[in-house]
Design a protein around this ligand. Structure first.
Ligand SMILES: [Zn+2]
Length: 323
């Protein structure tokens, strides 16, 4: 039955990454009724990527209607710098966006209210409202992968910043004499403790004792550390210590109830959480110590967050959020 009533409404949600797009139709109660994945193929250039985004979003809206559902809004998450108020993808290294008015383009093509958001911020929104931070009100979501970025969510709303650049915890200075960061400055948290930095550091130290090039992922460093390999243990502990410094700064600024760790590094589970909790505990003086937990929604968080953004844009919040 399709009467346009509450039970039949869905939003179209897209999480656009450098390699793939995760897409879904999501009901106002947070239930996902259809998922799709499409390649981004960013090498084609930003115009072609935008074309694919519009085609995929339009296709999902059509499929919703064919299934007797009523699409009411679109939410799109993209990486990089995002001006959420103007709906513009300002800049992105891995998708190639430069000042793309993605919201207006989507409205023109689909005729539906559209919200544009930042991938990590909407991921944090989803973890705070539907995932590991649910019920705790003040949440800092920290995604640790190739880089490190965060979202500060208060009562279900993520702070965007004056210029769309809030949450860049990866560029907190933790080691003034440390390795140079991709942003150009030495010693950023991201240059010391991202998954990419952990792999690089291990390779650098291992390379001092062998002529063969060493290639290891952060996950392998975590495994070797857990198995008792001294070099891996040293590299892992350096990263944990730097992360604790960064998170302690985050806690001093935001006083959250829960820090949710996401991204690839969080898959190390207790191998990350247990020593990081201890190191964070050591750094708390008058601060209230936050709960430190792993993300619960995996790589669906961005897509669910895009759906939440779309629902917020049309003033619909039917999903249950305990605070
Ligand atoms: Zn930096």
């Amino acid at each position: 039955m399709s009467d346009g009533g509450v039970r039949d409404r869905v939003v179209v949600a897209l999480d656009v990454g450098g390699t793939g797009m995760k897409c879904a139709l999501v009901r106002p109660d947070g239930v996902v009724v259809r998922t799709e994945r499409h390649p981004t193929d960013a090498a084609r250039g930003p115009a072609a990527v935008v074309g694919t985004i519009l085609d995929v979003a339009g296709g999902l809206a059509d499929k919703a209607r064919a299934d007797g559902l009523t699409p009411i809004a679109v939410g799109i998450a993209v990486p990089g710098v995002v001006d959420e108020a103007r709906g513009v993808a300002v800049w992105s290294a891995n998708v190639g966006f430069r000042d793309v008015p993605l919201r207006d383009l989507t409205v023109a093509r689909l005729g539906l209210p559209t919200a544009l958001g930042h991938d990590v911020r909407v991921g944090g929104l989803a973890e705070a409202r539907l995932g590991a931070g649910r019920g705790t009100g003040h949440v800092l979501f920290v995604a640790i992968g190739t880089g490190i970025a965060a979202a500060h969510v208060v009562d279900g709303m993520a702070a965007v910043g004056a210029n769309g650049a809030a949450g860049e915890i990866g560029h907190i200075l933790v080691r003034p004499d440390g390795p140079r960061c991709g942003c150009g400055r030495p010693g950023c948290l991201e240059a010391v403790a991202s998954a990419a930095a952990i792999g690089r550091r291990y390779a650098e130290l291992a390379g001092e004792t062998t002529d063969a090039p060493v290639t290891v992922t952060a996950a392998e460093v975590a495994e070797r550390a857990a198995a008792g390999e001294p070099l891996a243990g040293q590299v892992w502990q350096e990263a944990i210590t730097a992360l604790a410094d960064g998170l302690a700064s985050g806690q001093a600024l935001f006083d959250v109830a829960t820090i949710v760790l996401g991204g690839g590094l969080a898959q190390a589970g207790d191998g990350l959480l247990t020593p990081l909790r201890a190191a964070l505990h050591e750094r708390m003086t008058f601060h209230r110590e936050p709960q430190l937990v792993a993300a619960a929604l995996g790589d669906e968080a961005g897509c669910l967050g895009a759906a939440l953004l779309a629902l917020d844009a049309v003033g619909v919040r039917d999903h249950q959020e305990k605070r």
